[in-house]
Design a protein around this ligand. Structure first.
Ligand code: HEM
Length: 446
């Protein structure tokens, strides 16, 4: 079993985080066998940095198992490397810079206002916030990609569920391909049925959104139709445009929704931290919402992203041999990195399980390069990180102004094992309205 690498397959499928943590205790890079592959878990920041640098030099690629992702993301940049990826990234990047996403501040506020008004009507109730956060991030992402008019359409619960299934099945799909090759996708196993059904749903919903958006000419879709890659002079054809929109629709929603859920959970678990942040929010009613204006709240968001990185695993494939620290990495090996484990290295993050926003306080020493990799790093660093950070920060400002969050003292939500760090069994929080004066001020401020 061990020799053939099947025990690793079993542990990855059933207890991914526990498996990674036990490997990390053996050293870095930690070797293991994954079916036909030699694999290495890389967790130390200096070695993660090395991987990103060598990726830049062409030693590692990120799309060894592209045939899994191709079924969902087609030829989008999420599924690419090399010159075509570089061209796609150049075309998309301006839309997602810090300055680029600032244009969405008032849209995000409007969507948050709708959410908060709905919560006001349910005040005092216990809400499963995962679902609420997923609906909010879907509403924002739909507007950002397809324009606000299209984004007014009702929440497609079907899409939220389909995206969840795609992410849920990713580990099985990748392991299936790694072990059995392309034939795996033809086998009549439940994972294939679920995966294929989810892909068809997403494809149908995004197709409908594209049709609606062609009449309104707003959002990223309109921007991309007019964008030309400055280096190649090429624009995107209709097929690539659709692939790109599907990729962003899938990549942005659940990741940000999960992060927002954990943020509300931590605020509810730590009333003293929430109160201190609320004071900053109430003291400052006007102006831009950003890290400079709300340093403590920003630190809370970053600490949430450290403790609960939405993505647990990043995968690379060595197209050439390499050496990481003292360990030889033969050509053809898999290199896995785990934000979850790196963010819990006790010499980098003392008392790592403790929620402590002061780690990110300005002046307390920024985290070292590659010790904070919630958004990955190197050339494939998350394209949507500015948008995600903005959604999280603005959400915290609006929701702290209008609500208090409660959970019982002994309430604990565990992460569900898998590629994405979703709260196991959902996260239930009691939402209580703040005094009317704060709500009126919040309404005036948006
Ligand atoms: C809290 C929210 C988010 C988290 C934790 C997150 C995490 C990540 C991570 C870890 C990667 C790197 C993957 C790798 O190196 O293999 C990544 C890439 C990516 N993310 Fe995000 N993401 C978030 C939100 C978003 C949003 C809102 C969007 C869309 C606007 C987005 C779009 C992308 C894209 C397109 C890539 C691929 C970039 C490339 O390969 O060049 N993400 N994300």
């Amino acid at each position: 079993m061990e020799m053939l690498g099947f025990s690793a397959v079993y542990r990855l499928a059933t207890d991914l985080l526990g498996f990674f943590q036990s490997l990390a205790e053996q050293g870095c890079p930690a070797p293991f066998r994954l079916g036909p592959y030699r694999a290495f878990l890389v967790t130390r920041p200096e070695h993660v940095r090395h991987v990103y640098q060598r990726e830049q030099a062409g030693v590692y690629i990120n799309n060894r198992f592209a045939s899994v992702t191709k079924r969902v993301f087609g030829d989008s940049l999420l599924n690419n490397d090399g010159p075509q990826w570089a061209s796609q990234r150049r075309m998309l990047k301006p839309y997602f810079t810090n300055a680029g996403v600032k244009q969405w501040a008032s849209l995000i506020d409007r969507k948050l206002g709708d959410l908060a008004d709905a919560w006001e009507r349910k005040a005092g109730e216990w809400l499963t916030v995962d679902a609420e956060c997923a609906a909010l991030t879907q509403a924002v992402m739909t507007s950002v990609l397809f324009g606000e008019e299209v984004g007014q359409t009702a929440v497609a619960q079907e899409a939220i569920e389909a995206i969840h299934v795609v992410h849920q099945e990713f580990v099985t799909q990748t392991l299936g391909l790694a072990l059995l090759g392309p034939v795996f996708s033809w086998l009549p196993v439940p994972s294939n049925r679920r995966f294929n059904r989810a892909i068809r749903t997403i494809d149908r919903i995004v197709g409908r959104l594209i049709d609606c958006a062609s009449r309104t000419r707003q959002g990223l879709i309109a921007f991309l139709r007019e964008t030309v890659d400055p280096d190649t002079g090429r624009s995107m054809d209709a097929k690539l445009l659709r692939d790109e929109l599907i990729a962003l629709y899938v990549a942005g929603q659940e990741t940000t929704g999960i992060a927002l859920t954990w943020l509300l959970y931590e605020l509810a678990k730590h009333p003293e931290i929430a109160e201190k942040a609320r004071k900053d929010v109430l003291d400052r009613r006007e102006g831009e919402v950003n890290a400079e204006a709300f340093p403590y709240l920003w630190a809370i968001v970053q600490e949430t992203l450290r403790l609960h990185p939405s993505t647990t695993t990043l995968l690379r494939y060595a197209v050439r041999g390499d050496r990481i620290g003292e360990v030889e990495i033969p050509r053809g090996s898999l290199v896995l990195m785990s934000p979850y484990v790196t963010h819990r290295l006790p010499d980098i993050w003392p008392d790592p399980e403790r929620f402590d926003p002061t780690r990110f306080k300005p002046g307390s020493g920024a985290p070292g390069v590659c010790s904070f990799i919630t958004f990955g790093g190197g050339r494939h660093i998350c394209l949507g990180l500015n948008l995600a950070n903005r959604i999280l920060l603005q959400s915290a400002v609006t929701l702290l102004r209008r609500f208090e969050f409660y959970v019982p003292n002994d309430y604990r939500v565990n992460p569900r094992p898998g590629l994405f760090l979703r709260p196991e069994g959902g996260c239930r929080i009691q939402i209580v309205s703040r005094p009317l004066s704060d709500r009126l001020a919040a309404a005036a401020g948006r």
